[in-house]
Design a protein around this ligand. Structure first.
Ligand code: MN
Ligand code: MN
Length: 469
């Protein structure tokens, strides 16, 4: 062996995912990414993603957990929480007390939520006031087409689903921005202050109804349109969850079409690949395979639909009871202790225009496979779930055995910032957990970019974890 060969053998180098793939795998990747783009177009809110996931689950012979009196290996079950979380499971041979293999992702994404009382008229225009959700760079959300998605309940309790701006014939909405000619003061502000939260107002109308004695004719016109279309009035906005999201569709990016560009890929890229992994499991696994899609990750995983909700534990407890015929706290605790979780959330891919924010040795690169993050957090690993060496060993050997191309990385330079995911809350339950997922460019922007090879490797990683652990 030459010293060059020996050096290559002894040192770690990221692999290029595409280089490692067979022509069949490339075809499978391209088909999967076509399906993924449709998933992104149809699932632009957490509710829409959960209803899509339920539809896909039913098509793949999953049935609601409450329909089962008892569970046996091979059973395919799902459980939905408040239209915003879903848990899917394929019951394994080993018995739940041996633990489950959990892949968890989130389906909420940054956006502009309508305020509870949003509608007003100014300068003969009608606008909606918004309150942004999640960590956004506010300037990115002005001057782009927006669609309105969500639900409204009427006084009588009727649920109205709204989706305007997705069809080519639909109108869209937007937050207007100041012209450069008059932006001298705005442009000299810090970027964090250039666009204020209270300026993220959405233009929704400009024709005043010819109505005698009406003090706000444009607002009146908009209320009449809403009443005609949906039978709602202004007070019903208080019984609503309406989200303004980018109106554009998911697209292939690049002359070689090597990337997917779309809104909401954090973290629907992991949600989609997780779903594909569990829905495609046709053999009964050794341990029970579980996929969990949660809401509210972008605002701290709080509330009854976030990872901090006890929904997950309650669903597992019900499954355990239906498997062993009785409830035992000891059996439940053993199940949790023997479980392992891939917290599948996106990471930051190195942007060639901003390389300075990364430590090159510990950065993630688009196209180099699924990203394993031993920990996230910020500063001195604050808010991190730090995976143990033992668990890293277990996961890396599973990925290698499954011929998954993977890389390791941190979010960025130590002092540059940081972030957290659902991993720490899973860890708090006393479960082994590691952050992993697809590296993303322009994370949290209205148009995020991922490499198709990484999407495919995430899917392979989840399949390998379900099959081999
Ligand atoms: Mn995320
Ligand atoms: Mn995020």
């Amino acid at each position: 062996m030459t010293e060059k060969d020996l050096f290559e053998k002894l040192s770690y180098k990221r692999k290029d995912a595409y280089e490692q793939m067979s022509p069949e795998q490339v075809r499978e990747m391209l088909d999967m990414c076509d399906e993924y783009r449709t998933f992104l177009d149809e699932g632009k809110t957490e509710r829409e993603c959960i209803s899509l996931a339920e539809k896909m689950a039913i098509e793949n012979s999953f049935r609601p957990l409450e329909e089962f009196d008892s569970l046996k290996p091979g059973d395919r079950v799902y459980c939905i929480n408040r239209d915003k979380n879903i848990l899917l499971a394929v019951i394994g041979e080993a018995g739940l007390e041996q633990g489950v293999n959990l892949v968890g992702a989130h389906v909420d994404s940054p956006r502009l939520d309508l305020k509870p009382n949003p509608l007003y008229e100014a300068c003969d225009m009608a606008l909606f006031k918004t309150h942004y959700y999640g960590g956004i760079k506010k300037y990115q959300w002005t001057a782009i087409p927006l669609a309105l998605h969500g639900v409204v309940y009427t006084k009588s309790g009727e649920k109205i689903e709204i989706c305007i701006g997705e069809k080519d014939t639909d109108p869209v909405f937007c937050v207007t921005d100041l012209l450069p000619h008059l932006a001298k003061d705005q442009m000299s502000k810090k970027m964090t202050e250039g666009i204020e939260g209270e300026a993220l107002n959405i233009l929704i109308g400009g024709i005043g109804a010819k109505a005698e004695g009406v003090s706000e004719p444009v607002k009146y016109k908009i209320l009449s349109i809403l009443n005609t279309l949906y039978g709602i009035s202004e007070a019903d906005f208080m019984r609503a969850e309406l989200e303004a999201v980018p109106a554009f569709k998911a697209r292939n990016v690049g002359l070689d079409e090597s990337f997917v560009g779309a809104y909401g890929q954090d973290d629907r890229v992991c949600a989609f690949t997780t779903l594909k992994g569990i829905l495609g499991m046709n053999e009964t696994p050794h341990r029970t395979a579980v996929a969990l899609l949660v809401d509210k990750e972008e605002i701290g995983s709080v509330g009854n639909t976030g990872m901090l909700s006890r929904f997950f534990e309650m669903a597992l407890a019900e499954m355990l009871e239906k498997e062993i015929g009785s409830y035992s706290i000891t059996a439940f605790n053993r199940m949790i202790r023997n479980s392992a979780c891939l917290s599948s959330d996106v990471g930051a891919a190195v942007d060639p225009s901003y390389e300075g924010v990364n430590d090159k040795l510990n950065a993630a690169y688009a196209g180099k496979g699924i990203l394993l993050m031993k920990y996230t957090g910020s500063r001195g690993k604050s808010g991190a779930s730090d995976a143990s060496a033992e668990f890293m060993q277990e996961i890396i050997s599973i990925l290698d055995a499954g011929q998954v191309v993977w890389q390791t990385g941190e979010l960025g330079k130590v002092d540059q910032g940081g972030g957290g995911t659902i991993a720490m809350y899973v860890g708090n339950l006393n479960m082994d957990v590691i952050d992993c997922g697809v590296p993303v460019l322009s994370m949290h922007a209205p148009f995020e970019v991922t490499a198709k090879t990484d999407i495919y490797m995430a899917y392979r990683a989840y399949c390998a974890f379900y099959k081999l652990r």
